[in-house]
Ligand binder design. Structure first.
Ligand code: ZN
Length: 323
């Protein structure tokens, strides 16, 4: 019993040293642990990784592109949830004690939770990855009908559009910000991050070319979508987004009537919605115009593939609309 207890305390000591080296970011301690504990190579490598927490899955894609296997990424908003109303779980706040950085993106739940997120780990660096991005105002229903019902419309209207991850051009800015954060935390591996950033910027460039190609010849450039997440995408590629939602809510009967009229006039056959939000009104419009609801997600895990697919879907649907 005794020898194994001694071994256990050596392992415990090594673990404590390992944790210390993580907090202190000093690589010499890590090397010590490696030599004491050679069969634990993999675990040590993991301890050497940067723990980064982000708000939404597309950010996980960006951080992994630039950090490669030097980062471990934790996502706050769980699959199927929306970053507009998300409430982090107590375990998620606790897990932040491991994080070296929180990379935010300006989605609405952050406004409510950022103080508690920072308090969960005062040593954690918090970085706004949208720095340098000029945000658009969240578009609201701007049809020529009056809507004087008051559920905080003015407030909603002054809101900036948070969906900056759906424009490749703006993701380039975010990628640069993420790169700077990783270098700041781990300057020894700057060259790796730089090479990864260059590759990612190249990937974005190619994606942008393909999207432009897919959308180039469309005559119908207007699309109807339940939740207006595609404002930056629409602006970048010269499309017009018509939202069904009004200030984050299902539209009134009158507003719905106007949308149906507009859809018929424009010969729209598809209403877009997203899997994370139920959208009764999208179904209602689709039924009225004898069309269908198509789901596109702003939050898919493989960002590049998703935007490419969305552009292909738009190309197909908007071409059909024009017939
Ligand atoms: Zn949204």
């Amino acid at each position: 019993m005794k020898p194994s207890q001694t071994r256990l305390s050596i392992i415990l000591l090594s673990l404590i040293l390992g944790v210390n080296s993580l907090v202190g970011c000093s690589s010499s301690d890590t090397v010590n642990v490696e030599t004491n504990n050679t069969d634990n190579q993999e675990q040590t490598d993991q301890q050497d990784q940067l723990d980064i927490t982000v708000s939404i899955t597309p950010q996980e894609y960006f951080v992994k592109k630039i950090g490669g296997d030097r980062v471990r990424v934790n996502v706050m908003v769980e699959p199927g949830a929306t970053p507009h109303t998300y409430e982090p779980k107590p375990q998620q706040l606790q897990a932040l004690s491991e994080a070296e950085a929180y990379i935010s993106i300006g989605v609405p739940f952050e406004k409510v939770w950022m103080d508690r997120i920072s308090q969960a780990n005062p040593k954690m660096l918090t970085v706004d990855s949208t720095e340098g991005i000029e945000k658009l105002t969240m578009i609201d229903h701007d049809h020529d009908h009056s809507h004087d019902h008051d559920h905080g419309h003015d407030e909603e209207k002054s809101n900036l559009d948070p969906h900056v991850w759906l424009s490749p051009r703006l993701v380039k800015i975010q990628a640069q910000n993420i790169y700077e954060t990783l270098v700041n935390l781990d300057p020894t591996h700057q060259e790796i991050y730089q090479a990864n950033l260059n590759n990612f910027l190249q990937e974005i460039e190619e994606l942008d070319d393909k999207i432009r190609g897919n959308l180039a010849d469309l005559k119908q450039r207007k699309f109807i979508v339940f939740h207006p997440a595609w404002g930056y995408f629409a602006e970048e590629y010269n499309l017009t987004q018509v939202p069904v939602e009004v200030g984050g809510q299902e539209p009134s009967a009158a507003e719905l009537g106007n949308l149906i009229k507009e859809a018929k006039k424009e010969n729209v056959k598809v209403i877009f919605a997203q899997p994370e939000l139920s959208s009764q009104s999208a179904e209602t419009i689709a039924k009225e115009i004898d069309g269908e609801v198509l789901l596109i997600s702003p939050l898919a895990e493989n960002w590049t593939e998703n935007l490419l697919e969305v552009s292909q879907t738009f190309a197909k649907v908007l071409k059909e609309d024009n017939n």
